[in-house]
Design a protein around this ligand. Structure first.
Ligand code: MGD
Ligand code: MGD
Ligand code: SF4
Ligand code: MO
Length: 692
């Protein structure tokens, strides 16, 4: 896979996993791959800067006491210190006193080994990951409706000849720019409280902007379902042949005629009817959701409402049409399949299913009873740190929770209450700098592994250059800690880990047993499920398209689930009269730990801002370009005012890419969806104040 252009690998950032060439000096070029067709966004083009960055962590760091500074230390000393402390905590307080926090940016191999490390080497139930913040509501809604969760149940190239695409809470012109290339021919409908660059593209192409109050998509989708029925667009044959439950769902939607829905969500009833008409009349049409629809205290039901609309129109599983969710992190899909989620075992198995426990315990060579049960979800795990009965040590791999988790002030308090915080990272992120032990790890173009992109396609991450001296891979770190703890069965070689993952996933919903490095390296495009063949049978070709014949529930039918409107967990009042929502800008990635360190990107977006309607700014005594304090019930963030006449006057928007006093998550509400346990990043009540 090495050519004169370098090594064929993929971008370190988002779930589109654009193809890249990376050469031995760390130069990056776009590479032909179905998702990006040679193109990259600005983050991808500049990703090589991360490899040779002067701020790279190249030595383990240790804080001898809570009040001391971090100082360089050797690997042996660092790992021995960590394992000694973990062993002492476990002996005194039991295995659940140690917790692990993983990430959707980790390779499949790392996700798998981390989950096994927690359950087998530490014996703790306390493991979860940042994917809980990411796609968990759509995952739960997909499981409930379709019986399986694969973000896009079709390749992105299927979108190329779509006629109508509804994007509910997705700003892909900024979050996955090359994906826009697959939507060029379609009439786009964008559901977003803001007039984003994606909205601009939709309007320019004859599409439409539906601009709901943040947190009211569910009502909008109910109103549109109502219009689908009353305007005659219902696909009754499809509903009868392929689904159950529509009558119950209709009993709710019948109450939400578009004019009534308009009074709650603010979208004109006539626009709802127009869009439903476009969807109904087209033959190739898609409904896609992303974080705007999900990051709510009722995100599962909101995504369900969008699924219900798609089912009523007969989209899922029909050639040239469908429903899908746009996964976020590089390995957002694979990261939730192999056991770093508190309630899951490898292969997307449930940790409470006795058959799943027996299978995985068999692969791990332990007794099923020895496996812990489900632990706390990410937000609940962070909230329990250092409290009576909660974990006293936390190991973080690949997440900058101090910046990215909700209610940042509380997160800082909880981290400070720990006996031991260990962070494995590439850079001195805010969270790493708060740790007792920092372990410097290799990054994407320095290591081998697999990732599973937003299409459920498994792909190879390849090493183009050696990691700097002093740095280890995450797999080596996990294997090293396991060895210190006296646990056997923790290989550090990615191929060996993948082969074990294949066996552990065999027979599960996300079955990888027929996938191998050799097949991937031979250029095969393998989407899961891809089971190993029975003896003598041909190899499985993988499954690019799900649901063409049947859905994954035992009866083969999709579930239309009746869902009711619920208000956001926190509503505006006199003291906090505005709804704040949060999200992303093109040039920064997530907590910004990587992209704020890339000069080209930081130059474009150096600081936080708050988008405000000009009238709202005036009322708060603020003018465009001034610094404001944004105040919620939990904290205050500072941001530069950006007056945006197209914004709803009741809504403000902040990016969450900045740390310290500019962190948007100082404001956000840790209210959780009851099913997915995803926090409500997309709505909280705030007021604006001038700085001084
Ligand atoms: N540039 C960039 N790209 C990224 C990332 C990044 O950090 N930066 N991160 C990656 C990851 S992990 C993810 S999860 C994806 C996220 O990709 P997206 O979901 O596209 O990103 P967001 O900006 O979080 O949210 C999308 C939109 O939701 C809108 N929104 C807010 N509240 C509501 C609401 O109540 N209803 C609706 N319908 N919309 C609402 C926001 O205004 C925003 O424009 O992006 C991936 N790509
Ligand atoms: N207010 C608000 N908050 C949000 C969101 C929102 O829309 N609004 N979105 C949420 C979403 S969808 C997500 S996905 C989260 C993401 O937020 P985080 O979990 O904080 O994700 P990143 O900023 O990508 O952090 C990744 C960290 O891992 C490091 N890293 C990179 N590669 C590796 C590796 O291979 N190994 C190790 N050990 N470390 C590595 C990076 O340097 C960085 O410090 O934020 C969530 N927070
Ligand atoms: S769209 Fe995503 S995968 Fe592609 S270059 Fe940009 S950040 Fe990388
Ligand atoms: Mo995400």
């Amino acid at each position: 896979m090495a050519t004169s252009k370098g090594v064929a690998t993929h971008c370190p950032y988002c779930a589109l996993q654009c193809g890249q060439w990376v050469d031995g000096k760390g130069s990056v070029d776009g590479r032909e791959f179905p998702t990006n067709r040679g193109g990259l966004c600005q983050k991808g083009w500049t990703a090589g800067r991360l490899l040779t960055h002067p701020e790279r962590l190249t030595s383990p760091l240790l804080r001898p006491s809570r009040s001391a500074d971090l100082a360089p230390v050797g690997w042996d000393a660092a790992l021995a210190h960590v394992s000694r402390q973990l062993a002492a905590l476990r002996a005194e307080h039991g295995p659940d006193s140690v917790a692990v926090f993983g990430a959707g940016g980790l390779t499949n191999e790392k996700s798998y080994l981390l989950g096994k490390f927690a359950r087998v080497a530490l014996g703790t139930s306390q493991i979860d990951y940042n994917g809980r913040f990411c796609m968990s509501s759509a995952a739960a809604a997909g499981n409930r409706a379709f019986g399986v969760d694969r973000g896009l149940p079709f390749p992105v190239t299927d979108l190329d000849d779509a006629e109508v695409v509804v994007l509910a809470g997705a700003n892909i012109a900024e979050t996955m720019p090359p994906l826009m290339g697959h939507l060029g021919g379609a009439r786009l409908v964008v559901v977003d409280p803001r007039r984003t660059p994606t909205v601009e593209r939709a309007i320019a192409g004859g599409g439409m902007h539906l601009q709901p109050v943040p947190g009211t998509d569910l009502v909008l989708a109910l109103g549109m379902l109502h219009a689908a029925v009353t305007d005659g667009w219902l696909d009754a044959d499809y509903l009868a042949d392929r689904t159950t439950g529509f009558d119950d769902a209709w009993r709710v939607a019948a109450q939400w005629w578009p004019e009534r829905a308009e009074r709650v969500c603010g979208v004109p009833a006539s626009d709802m009817r127009t869009v439903v008409g476009w969807l109904g009349a087209a033959s190739r049409r898609y409904v896609l959701t992303a974080r705007g629809a999900e990051q709510h205290a009722h995100g599962v039901d909101t995504v369900t409402a969008w699924i219900n609309l798609a089912l009523a129109l007969g989209l899922p599983g029909r050639p040239g049409s469908g429903f899908g969710t746009i996964t976020g992190q590089g390995n957002g899909q694979g990261g939730r399949e192999h056991g770093q989620k508190s309630d899951q075992l490898p292969g997307y198995r449930s940790i409470t299913d006795p058959a799943a426990r027996e299978h995985v315990a068999g692969v791990w060579g332990v007794a099923p009873d020895a496996l812990p049960g489900p632990g706390r979800s990410a937000t609940e795990l962070l909230a329990a740190l250092g409290r009576p009965g909660g974990p006293k040590a936390l190991l973080v791999f690949g997440s900058n929770v101090l910046v990215s988790a909700p209610d940042g002030n509380s997160v800082a308090d909880r981290l400070a209450a720990l006996d031991l915080l260990v962070v494995a990272d590439v850079f001195p992120s805010e969270t790493a700098m708060a740790a007792d032990v920092v372990l410097p790890v290799a990054q994407w173009a320095e290591e081998e592994g697999t990732m599973t992109n937003l299409e459920g396609r498994v792909l190879r991450r390849r090493r183009a250059l050696r990691p700097p001296a002093g740095v280890r891979t995450d797999l080596e770190v996990i294997a090293g800690l396991a060895a210190e703890l006296g646990a056997a069965g923790f290989p550090a070689d990615p191929r060996a880990v993948f082969d074990e993952l294949r066996a552990a996933s065999a027979g599960g919903p996300a079955d990888y047993s027929g996938i191998s490095y050799d097949r991937l390296d031979a250029g095969e495009a393998l989407h899961w499920p891809c089971p190993a063949p029975l003896p003598g049978a041909p190899v499985h070709p993988g499954t690019p398209r799900l649901f063409t014949e049947r859905f994954a529930h035992a009866d083969g039918r999709a579930r239309v689930v009746a869902v009711e409107h619920t208000e956001a967990a926190e509503l505006p009042d006199d003291e906090h009269p505005l709804r704040a929502t949060t999200g992303r800008v093109l040039v920064h990635y997530q907590s910004g730990a990587q992209t704020r360190r890339v000069a080209e990107l930081a130059g474009i977006a150096p600081e936080s801002f708050v988008e405000v309607h000009p009238d709202t700014a005036t009322r708060a005594g603020l003018a465009d370009g001034e610094w404001a304090r944004v105040v919620s019930r939990r904290g205050t963030a500072t941001a530069r005012v950006r007056c945006v006449p197209s914004l709803r006057p009741d809504t403000v928007f902040l990016p969450f890419h900045f740390g310290g006093e500019q962190a948007a998550n100082l404001l956000t509400n840790p209210a959780l969806d009851p099913i997915s346990r995803m926090p409500e990043f997309k709505v909280c009540a705030v007021r604006l104040e001038p700085m001084a």
